[in-house]
Write a protein that binds this ligand. Sequence first.
Ligand SMILES: NC(=O)C1=CN([C@@H]2O[C@H](COP(=O)(O)OP(=O)(O)OC[C@H]3O[C@@H](n4cnc5c(N)ncnc54)[C@H](OP(=O)(O)O)[C@@H]3O)[C@@H](O)[C@H]2O)C=CC1
Ligand SMILES: CC(=O)N[C@@H](CCC(=O)OP(=O)(O)O)C(=O)O
Length: 345
Amino acid sequence: MNVGIIGANGYSGVELIRLLHQHPFVQLKYLASHSSSGKLISEQYPHLQGIIEDRIGELDINEAASKIELMFFATPSGVSKDLIPAFLEKGITCIDLSGDFRLKDGTIYEKWYKNAKASDENLQNATYGLPEIFREEIIGSTLIANPGCYPTATLLGLAPALNNGLISGENIVIDGKSGVSGAGRKASLGTHYGEINENMKAYKLGSHQHIPEIEQIISHLSGTDHPITFSTHLVPMTRGILCTIYADLKIDTTTGELLTQYEEYYQNNFFVRIRPLDVWPATKEVLGSNYCDIGLKVEERTNKLIIVSVIDNVVKGAAGQAVQNMNLLNGWAEETGLTFSPVYP
Ligand SMILES: NC(=O)C1=CN([C@@H]2O[C@H](COP(=O)(O)OP(=O)(O)OC[C@H]3O[C@@H](n4cnc5c(N)ncnc54)[C@H](OP(=O)(O)O)[C@@H]3O)[C@@H](O)[C@H]2O)C=CC1
Ligand SMILES: CC(=O)N[C@@H](CCC(=O)OP(=O)(O)O)C(=O)O
């Protein structure tokens, strides 16, 4: 199958290039970007020298549509909502890595993203691409809204407990930490070396755009609407997200019992690994891979469930999950091209 990437020059775009280059069933036929169009991808990313010597083009929808059957959009929020309708009209399947199609209610998107929304028709047509929860819905879709990085780690951590009625949807607290690649490749004051080296800082407290996305899926899983408390922190590393989640237990239970329920919930899910009792996952243990690793603890003194969930933000949080969705859409084994181990140390 011939595929393309718009936003090929960004961190998620170049990770898509890495994954698609070694995927057995696809060929990368179209790369487009914005300010870097006209350049060789290997000029922008010398680690690709001699591996991929393609040139990044200026987006031309007709040319793209004549070359590919599926397009990945790895563009900042507010870009794909204007491009995707034309691709859909031409029969091209679209996988969007931005937040433009994740929220069903466009007014909520406008409030949190401060951008104009996509059309209501396309918002309703889009499928939220978290395969471990929405596998059936993804198969047969033509527009996938790939989840955000923090929502991926958080929702995979919460899904079994919410689905099995073990925790209340009320008072969920999520403490998230991300490496700086989550902010993209463009240089910024908040992420340059002098600002983030040997430093940690909270950001976007109470205003993070992933809050409504997480709440939307919690509502789907629990059948109730409750606000979450979500705090995000930038930590001095390149890749990785770690979310520690606190939720009120509705039942008397033990960590061992919950670990069994989590194992059962994810038994046919290649990319979710549940840690044994008292073993906590670390970001390095998923580095460069499509795994989400989860550890649990029942805190008996407070009757809270504590969940620790880690992913690589650029892989399971973006490009890897997008490839997983592409596999599902095409009826290929979900893990095709994604079975590599994490990089360690
Ligand atoms: N980084 C991450 O960990 C994650 C990112 N995402 C989402 O994925 C998307 C891409 O993120 P990321 O790779 O980090 O971003 P980057 O800032 O690294 O890259 C953005 C890319 O989009 C291109 N671009 C910008 N504007 C346009 C436009 N109008 N038309 C075409 N291309 C355009 C840029 O081109 P050029 O450089 O040539 O100007 C660049 O290639 C974002 O929506 C982000 O929120 C989601 C989950 C995780
Ligand atoms: C470290 C860092 O800055 N991370 C970004 C992740 C952005 C992202 O993935 O944005 P969308 O999912 O909305 O597309 C942030 O917290 O905003």
